[in-house]
Design a protein around this ligand. Structure first.
Ligand SMILES: Nc1nc2c(ncn2[C@@H]2O[C@H](COP(=O)(O)OP(=O)(O)O)[C@@H](O)[C@H]2O)c(=O)[nH]1
Ligand SMILES: [Mg+2]
Length: 200
């Protein structure tokens, strides 16, 4: 009998405040795979194919009023892709606040976090260093409770959803990193489980 749960592709939720470029990032990724994906009308749940791997992505709304709906997607998600508009200095703190909430969310404690500093093609975009100085990720992470908290899987990259081959491969590589991290996490989890069972 097939195990539907085990076989399901990894799920990523794409979050971030409105206008950061969440949908554009997804589109840019799909354009790259135009030969392999079926033409689909955009829906909140998109099926992706990254190299040989299947993945599912929730592209959720980021307006203030609908952000409280994000939590309904936490259970069952393997990764969060958090998108920041690096050209918008006025709203960087708003992004930081939302990111801090997510990083402190117990249901997301073990998921992989990928942070896109998007729109890096714009001339007024802040550099990664500038943004990291303001985000101070270390300061918004909850205090670690155990070893795995110390090794949270978080990566920050600059991206542009404007279609060029270089941008596409950047975004593509980031998704491959997400998939690798999810696989690694599952492997560790299985190892732990085996260890616990052998002790009992
Ligand atoms: N220059 C530039 N514009 C972008 C980029 N990503 C998104 N945009 C623009 O930003 C606006 C918001 O993008 P959208 O994907 O709808 O954002 P969402 O609300 O987070 O889904 C649109 O006008 C996009 O064309 C980018 O990487 N570079
Ligand atoms: Mg959108």
């Amino acid at each position: 009998m097939g195990n539907a749960f085990k076989k399901r592709p990894p799920v990523v939720i794409i979050l971030g405040i409105d206008d950061s470029g969440k949908t554009s990032v997804l589109y840019s990724l799909q354009k790259k795979n135009i030969d392999t994906v079926q033409p689909t009308v955009h829906s909140p749940l998109e099926n992706l194919k990254i190299n040989k791997y299947k993945m599912m992505a929730w592209d959720l709304g980021g307006k203030d009023k609908v952000r409280n709906l994000w939590r309904h997607y936490f259970v069952g998600s393997d990764a969060v892709l958090f998108v920041i508009d690096s050209s918008n200095r006025d709203r960087l703190m708003e992004s930081k606040q939302e990111l801090a909430k997510l990083l402190n969310e117990p249901l997301l404690k073990d998921v992989v976090f990928m942070i896109f500093l998007n729109k890096c093609d714009l001339p007024n975009a802040m550099t990664q260093q500038e943004i990291e100085d303001q985000l101070q990720i270390e300061s918004i992470l909850p205090p670690p409770q155990n070893a795995s908290d110390l090794n949270r899987r978080i990566k920050i990259v600059t991206t542009s959803a404007i279609s060029t081959n270089q941008n596409n491969s950047n975004i593509q590589d980031s998704f491959i990193w997400i998939i690798d991290q999810i696989k690694d996490r599952k492997k560790n989890f299985k190892k732990q489980l085996n260890r616990q069972q052998s002790v009992q």
